[in-house]
Design a binder for this molecule. Sequence first.
Ligand code: ATP
Ligand code: ZN
Length: 216
Amino acid sequence: MINANTVLKLAVQKSGRLHDDSMKLLKECGIDITNGVNKLKSEASNFPLEVFFLRDDDIPQYIEDAVADIGFVGENVVYEKNKNVQVEHKLGFGKCRLSIAVDKNETYDGVQYLQGKRIATSYPLILNDFLQKNNVTAEIHEISGSVEIAPGIGLAHAICDLVSSGSTLFMNGLKEAETILQSQAVLIRNKDLDEAQQTILDKLLFRIQAVKKAKN
Ligand code: ATP
Ligand code: ZN
């Protein structure tokens, strides 16, 4: 039985590419959230769940610190932040890939092309891992946004950025050279949930799986 006083705290993106699908999933799970997007948090009326609206980048840290118990966030963010959290379930939305792209007129003949080059990215940790695994030494130039313009303004030879359709790359005269991570939204959790929290999480996961089955 669920402890009547326990409420599971879920962190979702406040606004952006994951927000709508996150709220839609809760709705499909039969969970009613009075949606106050401008509020920091909102409580479900018919399920022991409290939803926190946050920047996606902050979610792994909040889960590690147990400010929230679980979160919906992209795998790209989970791996880049490298916090002490556990990936519990793939959610099937927010699909994209983290790719290396170069000027469309360049001849890209494999990872060795990147040797000695400068690569602009918002994902220095994942990129560094990839380069190390491939024995490539390159300069990683970290920027927080508009990474795709870096080659055009002479800031970098290549970029490492999220891609879905590829239209942003195309519009900036770039081509995808290498995919380094396939990503989608996942449910992450704090590693030390108590029994009552775990019971609520199991119930939520059961509903998420039922929603997925109904779609297949
Ligand atoms: P926030 O204000 O919360 O920090 P953001 O600008 O960092 O938002 P969004 O652009 O809304 O983030 O992307 C959120 C997540 O959506 C990404 O981390 C990624 O997991 C996923 N995503 C799916 N497709 C794409 C795409 N084409 N480009 C960028 N992110 C994508
Ligand atoms: Zn973000």
